[in-house]
Design a protein around this ligand. Sequence first.
Ligand SMILES: N[C@@H](CCC(=O)N[C@@H](CS)C(=O)NCC(=O)O)C(=O)O
Length: 238
Amino acid sequence: MITLYGSGPHFGMPDPSPFVIKAVTLFRMAGIPYTPAEMSFGKAPKGKIPYMEEGGKLIGDSTFIRFYLEEKYGIDFNAGYNSIELAQGWAIERMLEEHFYWFVVHDRWCVERNFEAGPREFFNMAPAPIRPFIKAMVRRQVRKTLHAQGLGRHTDAERNRLGIAHVNAVATLLGGKKYLLGSNPCGVDATVHASLWAASCPLFESVIGAHIRSHEKIMGYIERMSSEFHPGFANGKN
Ligand SMILES: N[C@@H](CCC(=O)N[C@@H](CS)C(=O)NCC(=O)O)C(=O)O
């Protein structure tokens, strides 16, 4: 039996982490049963979520989870697309996971109002007397990471310009298709859907989130994927 570790529903979504949402989508696409469980960063092989365990073996990182399902269970997440289409998909996945994701982190953790509306609840388990110190320490670490990544050095206007360009690139590639590469959902969609869905969460005030929510085609795509793979979550509208 496989156990998939995440942090469960938050913010009106199956998980606050787009990488966990992606992993859940991959399991559902593959039709492989798993047991969801509450994560512990201390036990996560890479100190991040998602991670999974099967037969005592731990696998960290949503893409390595995908590779594991492909290799161990013979799952084909490519849905018959050709190598050029899949290469475009891979490039978009990397754009969203390695760059776009950090806009979401910034908007949730560094905008005071958004932090209070969302991530603050992660600290409710900490003992009250030390809670403010832990919160401040973790937020300082997030800002340092954003600075090292580079996004933390941009102005709001610069950051939003880049984020909107990413969303528009996805919209252009999507065109009039049902899924990113064509009429069948594939592994790329698990990433694209999770990234855009997380960024569109209306709980947070965000220029990029508002841009996604005003984009009929992108919202249609998010809703389609959400109702297919996460039907419990109000047709993907958060
Ligand atoms: N490349 C990883 C990224 C996972 C990731 O960044 N997860 C975040 C939550 S959204 C996390 O666990 N962050 C904790 C940390 O950085 O300490 C994947 O695809 O799984």
